[in-house]
Write a protein of this length. Structure first.
Lengths: 203, 192
């Protein structure tokens, strides 16, 4: 896929996130384009984006603004060979749950399928890779969520599912205690989704 | 036996209903599914894994309600077993819609039975909306629990999964879906 095509796919992804009302206080999107580089864009709360906002950055030089988070994203690309896209987002419910160090249990099937057996809060950027082990998403204390996808499209869907589940988790408490799926059933669904049903588009 | 006009009209109606589900935020991505009865032996169902916005009438799949065998190259929804079981159990039902809508998902995650909060819900769903016991998606356990939870009802929650609603027509099933979501939302907001 050419870099121009990837830039267009990032713009489409950000517009989709914006149309779903999931930009929150702002977000960053990173898409791997080679072994040592990725495309990166930081979007404000308005959700506005243009091709000029998207920069090519080297994965071995995590400098500039938000150096710590950038270093973590680069480490994820290095440690998870199938990670092609990372979204860092501060959507309302994920941000609030990250503030209380929440761990979201598998209370919805689609969450178990696309995210994993639960979603932990990492207490600092350096704890993110461990919190992501075996999962496609985690929260970062006081910051919101870090979402990983094998494609950018999968990462956007995972963000949608993570925020929906965070809201469900919060609201279900008003009706009674949320009843999670068992860990083994959640793990089984995640396995089946990854191996059988996910259709990775050639981006 | 259904005729070509009936089949073509239902193909168009299902395609349109799928788009409306996305517009009303009752489903996201490729999740959820719809079907309509063609006759006592066959139903028309949405295909597996395709985005509603890209679906065409030709993508809908004819499925045998008894054997679950299907015609054509596209695979029908993985929940075809559930749709077929409902048509077998409820001869008066002609359309079934399964959603992952926001507030029904909350009730499904809490695994609660909700009492009708308004006349629309009483008319289109019943006195209460039950929550079917949990079963992995696409399994016999889930199908059996759902058919049970739908006794004397036209809608229910599926534990940790979403909701299902049905009607004597596709329009009625769609209205039941919207009503179940809106009534559940009203009840949750009242409890906050």
């Amino acid at each position: 896929m050419s870099t121009d095509t990837q830039i267009n796919s990032i713009i489409s992804a950000v517009r989709r996130i914006n149309s779903l009302g999931l930009v929150g206080n702002g977000l960053s999107v990173r898409q791997k384009i080679a072994e040592a580089s990725c495309l990166e864009v930081c979007v404000g709360a308005s959700g506005d984006i243009s091709p000029d906002d998207i920069k090519t950055v080297s994965l071995d030089r995590p400098d500039g603004d938000d150096k710590e988070l950038r270093a973590v994203c680069f480490a994820i690309f290095a440690k998870k060979p199938d990670a092609a896209a990372i979204i860092s987002a501060s959507t309302p419910y994920l941000l609030n749950l990250s503030r209380i160090n929440a761990k979201i249990p598998p209370i919805l099937d689609d969450f178990a399928q696309i995210i994993g057996i639960n979603m932990k809060t990492a207490d600092g950027a350096s704890a993110v890779p461990a919190a992501l082990k075996g999962r496609n998403a985690c929260m970062l204390k006081d910051k919101g969520a870090i979402i990983v996808g094998r494609t950018l499209d999968e990462a956007v869907t995972a963000l949608l599912v993570a925020e929906k589940t965070a809201k469900t988790y919060a609201l279900a408490s008003a009706l009674g205690k949320p009843a999670p799926i068992s860990t083994w059933e959640a793990a089984l669904m995640n396995f089946v989704y990854k191996k059988k049903y996910s259709k990775i588009s050639k981006e | 036996m259904y005729d070509n006009d009936t089949e073509n009209n239902l193909r168009r109606a299902l395609t349109e209903a799928g788009r409306r589900l996305v517009q009303k935020n009752l489903v996201q991505g490729t999740w959820g599914n719809l079907s309509a009865r063609l006759d006592e032996k066959f139903m028309l169902a949405t295909p597996s894994g395709l985005d509603y916005t890209s679906l065409t009438p030709d993508d809908m799949v004819v499925v045998n309600i008894e054997t679950l065998e299907y015609l054509g190259k596209l695979k029908p929804t993985s929940e075809r077993k559930l749709h077929a079981a409902i048509y077998r159990d409820r001869p008066e039902i002609n359309a079934v819609i399964h959603t992952h809508s926001e507030y029904c998902s909350v009730a499904a995650a809490a695994r609660v039975e909700i009492t009708a909060v308004d006349d629309d819900m009483r008319k289109l769903i019943g006195e209460t909306a039950r929550c079917a016991a949990y079963g992995l998606p696409g399994t016999k356990k889930m199908t059996k629990a759902t058919v049970e939870a739908l006794k004397d009802r036209n809608g229910c929650y599926l534990a940790n999964h979403g909701a299902i609603a049905m009607g004597t027509s596709l329009d009625e099933a769609f209205a039941a879906c919207e009503t179940l979501e809106n009534s559940t939302k009203r009840l949750i907001e009242a409890k906050l």
